[in-house]
Design a binder for this molecule. Structure first.
Ligand code: NAD
Length: 448
């Protein structure tokens, strides 16, 4: 049966979750403190770039199943289930800052206690939070609203940006962290259209295991990338080709194909912060998670090494050098630049005196908000190249894969490419007349 839900926080997770719940017939009140975001959403404009999101947003808005508000009281008043989709940014020491979750849970409990709302039964946390947070929120809600019967559950989100709508509508699994039969029944019913018992199950576990599952998933994905990046350095040293090695191992079903691409490292709003938070959480119980710590270190070194290669190519200093950078988003198909390797790369090049002209199909505005006029922004991928000493590829957008090579050559000062995402084959680049440096493969030079 369709339900009335509230989603608090309409960022990447909250908005996609809210839209997808509405798509399955529920009425969803979406609340955010960002007034500008709410106004755009009321007009049917998505404040984020996420393929497939805007048409679903508009349809459900027009059909009255999605309502956007800045008022928490209004959002929760009719809801039976409230989802918290709030930021959990890293603290100074790397641990997850859960004050948005705690403050909002407290505010909800205060409203429930004050207004005598008895409809709201379940508070679900979808943010990525350290183990024990669900328990902490449950205790807090009981203290603030002792006569209300609000049950708190964990329901971590596993979607990845760029494919979030498809993944939310067809999740690999839904994890519900609760030992309360009533909560489990309600969430089973709500997720029933999203899951099936065979290959897209809803898994019920205790809240602590659900919280750890989310960190474990992200740490494991990050570990795969760092493994390949470490191996890419080895391949460079011994004259092997990491891309051939990747194909050779990824066809083994025990290994699989995903998250094995060597490059300039992982970024985004999740993997870096979540592995730092996991490491920190382990330290708090007197443990060190050595593989996870190595994963983070390898990731940082990978970018550093790439910058060193560029610096070395230009005689040890980048002062007065100009570079074109293709790609600013932390990965393709998103406008998200949080902890983007492209941004870190650009900052390192700028610190060394270089000038940057950048292009990204979707992440120009989000980059402007961070880097402002420290770099120049190109109209299109080709004009970024005008007068540049080299092209640097930082994000593997599909539109970069089959460029007009003559156009590139006519604009670059020298035909030099540093490819941080292995978009092209070294042999082809040599035939095309480029000096080409990539990850975990031999560099090639024209005519050599
Ligand atoms: N982005 C992802 O791919 C992804 C995937 C899985 C899990 N997560 C986790 O989900 C959580 C949310 O991530 P996100 O990427 O959606 O973050 P986000 O920054 O895109 O969105 C958070 C939203 O919450 C709003 N907000 C802040 N304080 C608020 C308050 N007091 N009341 C209402 N709204 C408030 C912000 O304005 C923002 O719109 C994080 O814990 C993150 O780690 C993210």
């Amino acid at each position: 049966m369709a339900q009335t839900l509230a989603v608090i926080g309409t960022g990447y997770v909250g908005l996609v979750s809210g839209v997808c719940f509405a798509e399955h017939g529920n009425t969803v009140w979406c609340m955010d403190v960002d007034q500008d975001k709410i106004e755009r959403l009321r007009r049917g404009e998505s404040p984020i770039y996420e393929p497939g999101l805007e048409p679903l947003l508009q349809r459900n808005l027009h059909e009255g199943r999605l309502i956007f508000t800045e008022d928490l009281r209004q959002a929760i008043h009719h809801a039976t289930v409230v989802f918290l989709c709030l930021p959990t940014p890293p603290d100074q020491d790397g641990s997850a800052d859960i004050h948005y979750v705690l403050d909002t849970a407290r505010a909800i409990a205060e409203i429930v206690a004050h207004d005598g709302i008895d409809r709201l039964r379940i508070l679900v946390n979808r943010s990525t939070v350290p183990v024990g947070t669900t328990e902490q929120v449950q205790t807090l809600v009981r203290q603030v609203a002792p006569s209300a019967d609000i049950r708190v559950a964990s329901n971590p989100e596993f979607m990845s940006e760029g494919n979030a709508v498809q993944q939310t509508l067809n999740p690999d699994r839904v994890v519900v962290g609760s030992s309360d039969p009533d909560v489990i029944t309600v969430l089973r019913e709500l997720y029933q259209p999203f899951v099936d018992d065979y290959d897209r199950p809803l898994l019920v576990m205790d809240d602590k295991s659900a919280e750890v599952t989310k960190y474990a998933a992200n740490a494991f994905l990050a570990l795969r990338i760092s493994f390949m990046n470490e191996l890419s350095r080895y391949c460079e040293s011994v004259g092997a080709d990491i891309e051939l090695v990747r194909t050779g191992i990824s066809l083994d079903p025990r290994i699989g194909r995903t998250y094995l691409h060597p490059g300039i490292g992982f970024g985004g709003s999740c993997l870096p912060k979540d592995i730092r938070a996991l490491v920190r959480s382990a330290h708090q119980v007197g443990m060190s998670l050595q593989l996870v710590e190595a994963t983070a270190n390898i990731n940082a070194e990978q970018l550093h090494r790439f910058v060193e290669r560029i610096r070395h190519r230009f005689g040890g200093s980048l002062a007065r050098r100009r570079f074109a950078v293709w790609g600013l988003a932390f990965k393709p198909n998103t406008d998200d630049v949080r902890e983007s390797p492209a941004h870190k790369l650009i900052s390192a090049l700028l610190a060394d005196g270089a000038t940057i002209t950048a292009y990204d199909p979707e992440a120009m505005d989000t980059t402007r908000r961070v880097l402002g006029d420290r770099i120049e922004y190109a109209r299109d991928m080709y004009s970024a190249l005008d007068g540049a000493d080299a092209l640097i590829v930082a994000t593997e957008w599909a539109e970069f894969r089959m460029p007009d090579w003559d156009n590139i050559k006519s604009r670059l000062q020298e035909n030099v490419i540093f490819d941080g995402r292995n978009l092209w084959h070294p042999n082809m680049m040599q035939v095309l007349g480029f000096e080409y440096h990539s990850i975990g493969r031999r560099s090639v030079f024209p005519g050599v």
